[in-house]
Design a protein around this ligand. Sequence first.
Ligand SMILES: [Zn+2]
Length: 251
Amino acid sequence: MKKHLLLLTLVLFFAVAGCSEQSNLSGTMELRVETEHFLLYSYPEDAQVAELIAATLEEEYPVITSQLQTELPEKVGVSVYPNMDLFRRAINDTSTGDWVTGVAWGNKIEMISPNNPGTAPAADEVTRVAVHEFTHLVVAAINPTAPKWLNEGVAVYYGKEREESKIRQLVMSKLEKGTLPAIRQFETSSQAFFEQDGYSIAYSIIDFIVSRYGTGALVGFIQHPTDYDRIFGVDEDSFVNAWKEYIEETY
Ligand SMILES: [Zn+2]
């Protein structure tokens, strides 16, 4: 009997805790900002942050679409969620790690509010997550089956949500320890890719491609991700060696 009471108390506690989080929200998720290329939805409390995200996205839109030579045919909807719970419910994934702060699919971006980003990232990093996710939509328009590492590398490159000096330090130390993965060793599940520092490592490959070969070659590679010889003039192994030399020289 006691056990049942305890369980009931616990259930009630979580129900009330869940409700109180809900009831702190005033109003509903609504369209707050419409710009040339984006539609920003949020709760009233995130209206200001929606303005900031829209401005950041519009600033980056011409850079990303011109360098990747791809325009999106429709305005992109961006939904900003006021807490982790609502965000996870929206993306239908209640078990995702705290480091997941945005997703992109179809013509939409779902993201956590920079006002309440949870434990992992800083607020300005979360604003840049919108740019990271937008880049995924552009990559998907070029090649919907681009490999994960390439897709994420390009998104981190244009998203700039991670501090570049920290990325460089991390990748350099992996090179020194001899623990940089070969391209075919990149994990394909998000959690495993995160744990192998795939985001930073993939960024360094995209950085290498753009500085050595230019954004035109990057677009060609997104279209044909196995065509090393034609796009870079060398096979995959030589490409990887040249990337490591680039890190050694410039990171
Ligand atoms: Zn991503």
